[in-house]
Design a protein around this ligand. Structure first.
Ligand SMILES: [Fe+2]
Length: 391
């Protein structure tokens, strides 16, 4: 298919993005950005893993240089829990904070967004699940991502684990877009191989889902395809050569592009199913996406085959032609191989999913708002079939 002759989306679309600063040492701008936003007392949200890294010490120094007081809140789990958000909001209020700084991966940034929402809206975080449920803007929020994939630093999404009911709540609203993202690829050099692989596959899933989303646009397509191209060329390289700063930078850029794409075009079944899976079994988000991605391509392919073929062209997958089934197989095979090379080689069964859990997982996944923009509107039974195929 010739990309120049393809029709573009001409329905009304909008694009929302925060101010973002990309580049080596951009993290050191934290003091001046907190000052610009009127920060007097900052809630510094992070996690216990980052507490012992040089990143935190550097950020604390920059805040001190800028005469900004801060209080650290680090009780944040991977897959952040609703009660952690509520505790963080309490710390924010008790310490009379007036802005939030998040230093961490997706979990920390999502939890920081949740804390901000609760701090100004004075209700339990569960009240904000769904699309556009937030009435009052949250306090100023600056994000410094420490992983390359989640893009919570630029997105309109916050994902919080409903701990009692064991599923992840998707909170989608323009009110969750941070004010500033300081995106510094140097921080990625401290990620281990598996985290690099999983977070990179999260970014690839964002790009895939945004590109085939029924809310995609000419501008989200631009970012999504370039994200796919960059991840294809650089993700494995940054796993094999952790100190290769060019590869790290390109994965970080891909994550940013995929984030801008999905924040505005939304997602699909990979994420609705990964939210259910990750919430129930407390599994890493990127790993769930990586396992589900080829199977969701299989399910969606006929409804969006022209777009999937454009992805295959971008990936330079050989032999893409008029045989749609062969094209689908070739793209799925590329994804299976990619996972294998990255060391993501477990099936859902090996991750603890049993046959009798599937109905429950599909029940939770079908309620997730990400399904709304999947190219095929799924039924619960469809999601069950996809889970079974990934077992
Ligand atoms: Fe994601």
């Amino acid at each position: 298919m010739n990309t120049h002759s393809a029709n573009i989306q001409l329905e009304i679309r909008k694009f929302v993005a925060p101010e973002y600063i990309f580049g080596i040492d951009s993290r050191f701008l934290v003091g001046q950005y907190c000052q610009k936003l009127g920060g007097q007392k900052v809630l510094l949200a992070t996690d216990n893993g980052i507490l012992n890294t040089p990143w935190l010490v550097e950020i604390e120094e920059k805040l001190k240089e800028a005469d900004i007081e801060y209080v650290i809140f680090s009780d944040i789990s991977p897959n952040p829990r609703d009660y952690e958000v509520m505790q963080g909001a309490q710390v924010y209020t008790q310490n009379k904070c007036n802005m939030i700084l998040a230093l961490g991966g997706g979990s920390v940034m999502d939890c920081a967004k949740g804390i901000g929402i609760v701090a100004t809206n004075q209700a339990h975080i569960k009240e904000f699940e769904g699309v556009d449920k937030i009435t009052r803007p949250m306090p100023p929020l600056v994000c410094i991502p420490t992983t390359g994939g989640t893009s919570a630093d630029v997105s309109q999404f916050a994902i919080i684990n409903n701990y009692e009911e064991k599923y992840k709540m998707a909170i989608i609203s323009k009110a969750t877009v941070p004010d500033v993202a300081l995106i510094d690829p140097f921080i990625l050099t401290s990620m281990d191989e598996y985290l690099t692989a999983c977070t990179g596959m999260d970014a690839l899933s964002h790009a895939f889902e945004a590109f085939v989303s029924n809310a995609s646009s000419a501008f989200t397509d631009l970012y999504a395809l370039e994200a796919i191209r960059l991840i294809d060329k650089n993700l494995l390289l940054s796993v094999l050569e952790p100190d290769n700063i060019q590869a790290r930078g390109k994965v970080m850029l891909a994550s940013l592009y995929a984030g801008l794409a999905f924040s505005n075009a939304s997602l699909g079944c990979i994420h609705s199913m990964a939210h259910s899976l990750g919430g129930y079994l407390d599994l890493p988000h990127g790993e769930c996406n990586a396992i589900l991605l080829p199977h969701v391509v299989n399910y969606n392919f006929n409804a969006a085959h022209e777009k999937y073929d454009l992805i295959s062209e971008t990936l330079q997958i050989p032999g893409i032609g008029i045989n749609s089934q062969a094209n689908k197989k070739a793209l799925m095979n590329y994804l299976f191989q990619m996972n294998k090379k990255l060391g993501i080689d477990k099936t859902l069964q090996q991750k603890g999913v049993t046959f009798d859990l599937i109905s429950l997982l599909a029940n939770k996944a079908i309620k997730d708002p990400c399904n709304a923009t999947n190219p095929v509107p799924p039924e619960k039974e469809d999601l069950e079939v996809i889970y079974k195929e990934a077992l």
